[in-house]
Design a protein around this ligand. Structure first.
Ligand code: FAD
Length: 446
């Protein structure tokens, strides 16, 4: 049974585990879920609901501030996006580029946002080093590739602006530059920046290890079913027993069940992204494609394709998934993604696919994530990363913790912080609109 956040009112330990390349290769070391038993009542100052990067990172920051913290997750470690993403360490979150942010809010806001995005990447690298995290960090070039000539011109103009205004280090590449390095169909130019990738599941495991070492309590297979506001405290009913908490952090992102809490219901749109991992490329395939070293790629389509060469020489290739959860593992979906991969790399059209899986990303209505508190600071949430959260969600978890602790060093005038997530009008039509967008992309974004 595949979890669908627009259908289910709870994540259940019975929902199908991700069948990912990461899970096939690695067993999480921190707190096996079998160690979780029913309890009569627990008390905590801060209850974090959701044990992905956002929740675990918030727990680390709250524990460092000396607070009593409990993290609960409905499923096992890494069940949500955090255990099943592509592992690209991207600077930024949401779907707006810095140039778009500048056009909408002006240069000061764009600079403030760039500082937050840069700090997110720096925080990840700093924690990897400080806690000796074993996350298979690989550094290598990151290529943004234009799928049309018009997009190439826009990409180059935006990279030039980034270099000028934000001290960027983007290298502009022509169609011929790309063709001299890789054999990828339908690429009309690109931009290269330094990139990095990690094993995402190992990263969740390492965050969990650090959170535990700092004193946080982690409970898995413990779905929060209901939040009762008793005014001086919250009583959170879970499948394992009640938890009394003074503060609640919602870190459920795209995996938030239907009608879970009024502060986030209908304020984001969970959309599926799917990934396939091929068999290792042989020497001939590596030579023909140019995929013979660590590198990561993303294109400029509205329905983006993203891919990277894995340390064992396989190609990871991702793109949009099925509209509903029940169709996530459908053979047709896998074939559609494979066809997209083979259209980009014709020499791989006979390669075996060893892994295929999907996950939900949280899309906010204005493409901007939010880190926000409500109920006089008693409840907070961080979500809406639009598929870009390997570095940023952990930073958001830290910022959410700081916000709930009353830290006034945060620039709360930035759009990340100054308003709640906007509500989707006619939320019941979200999937219909998505289907329409996919049809449009099928015709116009080949
Ligand atoms: C296929 C895919 C590829 C991606 N690739 C990249 C990438 O390469 N780079 C990048 O930057 N970002 C990527 N992302 C996005 C990134 O993975 C997410 O932004 C990030 O992991 C979000 O972390 P999180 O902790 O907020 O949410 P999650 O990791 O999804 O955690 C939410 C948790 O909440 C739990 N939960 C939900 N409801 C309850 C409840 N009622 N009670 C208890 N627990 C509950 C769930 O079980 C889940 O574990 C990708 C996402 C997907 C799906």
């Amino acid at each position: 049974m595949i979890y669908d956040p627009l259908v289910s009112t709870s994540v259940s330990p019975l929902h199908t585990k991700p069948n990912s390349y990461w899970h096939a290769d690695y067993q999480c070391q921190t707190l096996p879920s079998s160690s979780v038993y029913p309890f009569t009542e627990k008390q905590t100052d801060y209850l974090v609901i959701g044990g992905g990067y956002t929740g675990l990172s918030a727990a680390i920051s709250l524990s460092e501030a000396g607070k009593s913290v409990t993290v609960i997750d409905a499923h096992a470690l890494g069940f949500g996006c955090s255990g099943r993403n592509a592992g690209f360490v991207l600077s930024g979150s949401g779907r707006l580029s810095l140039s778009a942010i500048q056009d909408k809010w002006g240069p000061e806001t764009a600079t403030g946002m760039q500082q937050e995005f840069d700090s997110a990447v720096a925080l990840l690298f700093e924690r990897i080093e400080r806690y000796n995290m074993q996350v298979d960090l690989v550094k290598g070039p990151y290529y943004k590739l234009a799928h049309t000539q018009k997009q190439a011109a826009l990409l180059h103009a935006s990279a030039n602006a980034m270099n000028r205004q934000f001290n960027g280090n983007a290298e502009l590449l022509s169609q011929d530059d790309i063709a001299s390095r890789f054999s990828i169909r339908s690429v009309h130019g690109g931009v290269q920046t330094p990139g990095a990738c990690v094993n995402p599941l190992k990263l969740v495991d390492e965050y969990a290890r650090v959170a535990l070492a700092k004193g946080a309590q982690l409970l898995y297979q413990t779905p929060a079913l209901r939040i009762e506001d008793k005014k001086s405290y919250f009583n959170v009913i879970t499948e394992k027993g009640p938890i009394r908490a003074k503060h609640i952090l919602l870190a459920t992102n795209a995996y938030t069940p239907k009608q879970f809490h009024s502060s986030i219901d209908t304020k984001h749109f969970p959309v599926q992204s799917s990934i396939l991992v091929t068999a290792p490329l042989n020497k001939e395939m590596q030579q023909e494609t140019g995929l013979n070293h660590a590198a990561s790629f993303m294109d400029t389509r509205t329905m983006k394709y993203y891919y990277r060469v894995l340390p064992d020489g396989r190609l990871l290739f991702g793109g949009r998934g099925a509209v509903t959860g029940k169709d996530a593992d459908n053979e047709k979906e896998k074939q559609r993604l494979f066809n997209a991969m083979a259209a980009s790399f014709p020499s791989l059209r006979h390669i075996a696919v060893d892994h295929f899986w999907s996950g939900w990303v949280s899309v906010s209505m204005d493409s901007m994530p939010r880190i926000f508190t409500t109920d006089e600071g008693r409840i907070g949430y961080a979500m809406g990363y639009c598929g870009s959260g390997v570095s940023f969600s952990a930073f958001a978890g830290m910022r959410l913790a700081q916000r709930m602790l009353g830290d006034n060093s945060i620039n709360l005038s930035l759009p990340l912080y100054d308003t709640p997530l906007p509500t989707y009008p006619l939320p019941q039509l979200r999937r219909l609109a998505l289907q329409g967008l996919y049809q449009w992309a099928k015709i116009f974004e080949r």
